[in-house]
Ligand binder design. Structure first.
Ligand code: KG4
Ligand code: ZN
Length: 407
């Protein structure tokens, strides 16, 4: 089985082709093209939905053709430009223009039906203007090649991203999803059976990293920058010395909701605490900008707070539930963080859970994870296969708030 997948839910444009071999139960990435818009959004310190939408429209056609080069196709004369239906692209100006330019080349691979079985596309959750671009492109391609379409949940994609590393997942499994838009604890009874047992009441963890970075004058995305500073400090200075320095500047941050007897989280207060701490430190030292030393110490303290809260919530989730979890899946962009990974790994060892995480290349948003979720949904018979031209196909629209609980 071969899936061509499209991801455009936030600020990464991705297209991939993934093959699944039923006999060996193995997944193989045949093609994977990803375009990050980080440099564009950097200037504004966050993602602007309409800008993300425009960039997806500009990127998708080139990413697709680079993937199509990697798979064979059946040469066909059945597609000619006069008969092509562009209706599904009419709301996506940039994309329509790019596709038309591509089709001006009579040798374009778009005229050849690729050797794939389905087109899978992220339908939500995410930024709706951005999701629309991917879905419109999927509808256009499915109509062009007469291939069935699959609408995929982005968060299920993050969960499925571990399959490239560990192709068998035993259930029940606990999952911790930590990204720029989501922070959720999920009880997984089986593939497709997701129950959100805890989530953030305000900011997501990645969002907190990004906002704290902005307060400290660091660039976007803040996660890797905060992580890098904290890591450097841990490597160069002993824990005792770090604590002494923190005490001398009164650098101490709260551990929000760490002791509440539930699985919910909150990071907005932590971000505000950093804001006040930075303001007070500037006032006390009478300076406009904080020194590198102080910024490093705040990054270190912030990361300790996040880690301690996460571990305490994992404890609640593992104990509160009657299930005996076999695995902990941790996915989403923030699992690129080595410090969190190390501590979660130790927690899994202490609690006899198998720790499943994606390879670093699949931690942040990508199209491979969307193909993996599609394969899982097909193999477990819970995904709708939507035929081009059907009412379900025509009426499918993005769902920016699509929860895992409603799959
Ligand atoms: O999953 P993702 O690519 O996009 C969303 O679906 O949100 O996650 C992006 C988030 C950003 O907030 C980014 O700052 C964070 O993941 N991130 C990190 C690290 N690398 C990326 N956070 C902490 N430490 C990192 N090393
Ligand atoms: Zn994501």
């Amino acid at each position: 089985m071969r899936i061509l997948s499209i991801e455009t839910s936030c600020d990464e444009t991705g297209i991939s082709i993934v093959e699944y071999d039923k006999n060996t139960n193995k997944y193989k990435i045949l093609a994977d093209s990803l375009n990050s818009q980080i440099d564009i959004h950097k200037e504004f310190g966050g993602v602007f939905p309409m800008m993300a939408k425009r960039e997806h429209g500009n990127n998708l056609t080139d990413l697709l053709t680079s993937c199509l080069h990697k798979v064979s196709s059946s040469d066909t004369s059945s597609i000619n430009k006069e008969n092509i239906n562009f209706d599904f692209l009419s709301r996506e100006k940039e994309l329509e223009e790019k596709v038309k330019v591509e089709l001006d080349n009579k040798d374009s691979l778009l005229y050849k039906i690729p050797d794939i079985d389905y087109v899978a596309v992220t339908r939500g959750p995410g930024l709706e203007p951005a999701l629309w671009v991917g879905l419109s492109f999927a509808k256009f391609l499915c109509t062009l090649w007469q291939k069935p379409m699959l609408g995929i949940n982005h968060m299920e994609g993050h969960i499925s991203s571990v399959l490239m590393e560990s192709n068998v997942v035993n259930f029940p499994t606990l999952a911790l999803l930590i990204s720029g838009g989501h922070t959720e604890l999920v009880d997984i009874e089986n593939w497709g059976k997701y129950n959100i047992i805890g989530k953030t009441r305000d900011d997501a963890i990645g969002e907190a990293y990004d906002k704290v970075a902005r307060i400290l004058g660091l660039s976007y995305p803040g996660g890797p920058l905060i992580a890098g500073r904290a890591k450097k400090l841990r490597e160069m200075v002993s824990d005792k010395e770090i604590q002494k320095k923190k005490d001398s500047f009164s650098i101490k941050l709260p551990r929000p909701m760490m002791k509440t007897n539930d699985m919910d989280l909150s990071f907005s207060g932590l971000k505000t605490a950093v804001l006040y701490l930075a303001r007070d430190l500037k006032k006390n030292i009478n300076t406009e900008t904080l020194s590198d030393e102080i910024v490093d110490l705040i990054c270190h303290e912030f990361e300790n707070s996040v880690m301690e809260v996460i571990i305490s919530k994992l404890n609640f989730a593992n104990r509160a539930n009657e299930r005996k979890y076999k695995n902990l899946i941790v996915a989403g962009g923030v699992i690129a963080n080595e410090f969190l990974k190390e501590h979660i790994n130790m927690w899994c060892e202490d609690n006899n859970l198998h720790f499943l995480k994606p390879d670093k290349s699949l931690a942040t948003d990508n199209a491979v994870m969307i193909a993996l979720a599609a394969i899982v949904g097909l193999n477990n018979n819970y995904i709708d296969i939507v035929t081009p031209g059907s009412d379900d196909f025509i009426n499918m629209i993005p769902d920016g708030g699509w929860s895992l609980g409603n799959i």
